[in-house]
Design a protein around this ligand. Sequence first.
Ligand SMILES: [Zn+2]
Ligand SMILES: [Zn+2]
Length: 408
Amino acid sequence: MKKRIALVDDDPSVLELHKVIFEIEGHEVTGYSSSSAALEGVTRDPPDCLLTDIMMPEMDGTELTRRLRQNPALANLCIVVVSSKVYAADRKRALDAGANGFIPKSRSNPQAMVGEVMALITETISLGFWGTRGTMPMSGPQTLRYGGNTACISLTFPDGHVFVFDAGTGIYPLAGQLMGQGKKLNGTVLLSHPHWDHINFLPFFTPLFVPGNQFEIVGADQDGLSLEQLVANQMDGVHFPITPSEWGARVGYRSLGEGCYDIGPAKVSTMLLCHPGNCLGYRVDFGGLKIAYVTDNELYPEDSDMFSPVYLQRLTEFVSHCDLLITDTSYTDEEYPKRINWGHSALSRVVNLARQAQVKELYLFHHVPEHTDDDIDKMLQQAAALCAGSSTVCKAAQALETVRLNAV
Ligand SMILES: [Zn+2]
Ligand SMILES: [Zn+2]
């Protein structure tokens, strides 16, 4: 498939050589002879991929990468650092700065470089954390790092299809990022359940109002209410002045139960979670990657009358060997006894689940409003201590953080 490639190299002969080999393969190429020109040009008119030399005067390729990554509108840009230096330290610096790949500059076999770049472009998916808070949004200096917006996560696939998990207030900054791309959008909104912190900002998702965009909204029906009614009821002209009939995009609905579905370019599996009403957990399988979004969910302690070994076993299998598990860690173990049957989990129970399931990365999620950034730091430390000796790494999503995942 034809791609738009931007190249930056201060050596005119290398720039010309690379331009020719990408053009021979049918790609559209823009060349920049300096990093400052590339920064300006790529920001104004983003390509699919930027290949940057590492050693350049004024601003090296790593610094250029870092600066481009500070711009949320370029979250999906594939950046590849091409270097005649192949030291591990340089590779690490480039990848830490946000590059998708670091490949050696080869004059003898430049076609191999094209292949490596294409593999990176076509196999990278990016995950964006737009809202990580549960229950209600919380603004103020105490929530700046982990964020105060309610649940919303995006997953963008190589073909541009975007998954939007839940429509809390975090969907508003995501809308800004998607609209900033200035192109037609094709996506799926995957709702876990219709509690306010998961659906009430769907009316502010501006891509739904743009003709030419195409979205499917998927999720579970509730007693007597279809998924479409659940969405429409909060946009009935009384609770919100604009109704779904005013959406300009083509919007369809699909009611899901437990099962396995083809959605966009991925396989999506669902499981009903332990939470009031019908609440779906999702697992996405794509290109050998497994990503699970499991919220809201209560894991009862084993000494509780409500504990179900069958449920725990099913959930463990559902998230087994996931690359990422983003899940409800609302409470500390000390807080949980005062919140039993509220539908949310305590930290150690979740860590046990992740360890048992051999999850690679556990993301603490659905932070309760009263937890400050410092409180979440402490929970992360506790989770890391509980994970010691296992292969599971614990993280907590930072507001507006993007994670790039290479298909295996
Ligand atoms: Zn919630
Ligand atoms: Zn809920």
